[in-house]
Design a protein around this ligand. Structure first.
Ligand SMILES: [Zn+2]
Length: 462
């Protein structure tokens, strides 16, 4: 155990699991996994799928056998919901048992997933969420500012429910404008704040406009919990300084799985990214190489595939989330928990990957480079075909106005080339350049969509 990790006190939520012998934890997970597959196979949805794949529960003898279970994709779920509204054919309880309905936000264009929970499932949802809050220092009486609006997605809904069960005070600021949110933060002095990274930056900008020093104004604030978009280690370090609080990251999905930063947060004191832990007794989390269908090795990237364990109302087995992440074995964390996971900041959508000049480019990689330049307020990337039908990639940056000629374009271009292998075209807009500014900022408001691919408009399909 490293000196850095042992210096951070542990806050256990379920200490027996968090300190369990890895072999015992593995045995418990296996038993729960088999039970989950058995339960799933009683649903019409899985009975048909398993039959088509020639799979039967009796085939499951060791972990080596799980490759025989077909993946369930987002499209599978959405098609099922569409054909069998409103809950689909995964449901194995009477509809009167349902106590919670959540939907995905539906940004992928193939519809919304619908997930329903019975009372037991809702208790399980509380447990998976509570780990992260407790690890980040939230306890009885803590004041927690929730800056996300609460709608049909699991995120806000389950966080409020969890904070309630933990007897923490939840400030529900989601529906307020940014100025009102700042007023509430100063008035009620939260210990923790939850938001998207983009919204955390927005609060900072509003505070700056008011001349507020957030670290000085919010002395009680210890933790900032971010979710919804991966940001770089550098971004997390900057936030640590600006807010005087530690950044914790969550990756989660409405299907009922999360990973969380433990006590040490998203980055360590040296600025290196830390793991986000899965909860093996509550979720079977796999990271699968899309090319082979096999689990990746330690430190490699693949698709997150989840099986929520103990899910009663509408079981889900080997759900391929479409999210890409870097898998880390438990030994990478200094906390000593037997929980493997994924690296903080490593998650991106598979369907966000863009191929330019034959090179795979990830928006998060470009964003991490841009974040090294705090003078850039926002950015947008456009991939297009030029007049000679050559693929080009253009980055538009909106920079602070008071920079004059001080913006180091060549440095940015060199860094982009080094991390992606591509030569970017760079266009710099001053914040006072009204039209361009609005254009770029518009593109990045709300759900983050910083990339445009215009090639289809110009180039015939290959
Ligand atoms: Zn840890």
């Amino acid at each position: 155990m490293g000196a850095n990790g042992s210096a951070v006190p542990r806050h256990y939520f379920e200490e027996p699991a968090e300190t369990m012998d890895p072999a015992l934890l593995d045995a418990i997970q296996w038993e729960a996994f088999v039970r989950q597959v058995e339960r799933a196979s009683t649903s019409r949805f899985y009975r048909d799928r398993f039959a088509r794949a020639g799979f039967d529960v009796s085939h499951l003898r060791t972990w080596d056998d799980i490759g025989r279970i077909p993946f369930t994709s987002k499209t599978d779920l959405c098609d099922d919901i569409q054909e069998n509204p409103p809950y689909g054919t995964r449901l194995v309880v009477a509809s009167e048992e349902i106590v919670d309905i959540v939907e995905t936000s539906g940004t992928s264009g193939i519809g919304r997933e619908v997930h329903v929970l019975n009372a037991e499932d809702r208790h399980r949802a509380y447990r998976i969420e509570a780990f992260g809050f407790v690890w980040a220092g939230v306890r009885h009486g803590s004041v927690v500012a929730l800056t996300l609006p609460v709608a049909m997605t699991a995120a806000g809904n389950w966080w409020i429910m969890t904070l309630d069960r933990l007897n923490a005070n939840c400030l529900r600021l989601g529906q307020m404008d940014v100025e009102a949110k700042l007023d509430y933060l100063v008035r009620y002095q939260p210990h923790a704040l939850i938001g998207t990274p983009a919204y955390v930056s927005r609060l900072e900008r509003a505070a700056l406009d008011r001349g507020l020093d957030l670290a000085a104004e919010l002395p009680a604030l210890q933790s900032i919990l971010v979710s919804g978009e991966a940001k770089s280690a550098h971004w997390a370090q900057e936030r640590n300084i600006v807010w005087g609080a530690k950044v914790y990251e969550q990756w989660g999905c409405c299907a009922g799985a999360v990973t969380w930063s433990c006590e040490g947060g998203m980055v360590d004191s040296a600025g290196s990214l830390r793991p986000m832990h899965s909860l093996p007794h509550l979720t079977m989390l796999e990271v699968i190489d899309p090319a082979t269908g096999e689990h990746v090795r330690d430190g490699e990237y693949g698709q997150i595939v989840i099986t929520p364990l103990g899910m009663e109302a509408a079981p889900l087995v080997r759900f391929a989330t479409g999210d890409r992440a870097r898998y880390l074995e438990a030994r990478h964390c200094t906390c000593g928990r037997p929980f493997p996971g994924i690296e903080a900041s490593s998650v991106s959508r598979f369907d966000d990957m863009v191929k330019v000049k034959g090179v795979n480019v990830w928006p998060t990689v470009v964003a991490a480079v841009v974040e090294l330049h705090p003078e850039i307020l926002e950015h947008r990337v456009t991939v297009y075909a030029d007049a000679s039908a050559r693929e080009q990639i253009k980055l538009e940056a909106v920079v602070r106005d008071n920079l004059g000629e001080g913006f180091r374009s060549e440095v940015l271009l060199r860094e982009l080339k080094a991390s992606t292998g591509l030569t970017f075209e760079l266009i710099v807009h001053g914040a006072a350049d009204g039209v361009a500014f609005q254009d770029v900022m518009q593109a990045t408001s709300g759900k983050v969509r910083r990339w445009r691919d215009l090639r289809a408009d110009d180039v015939p399909a290959e």
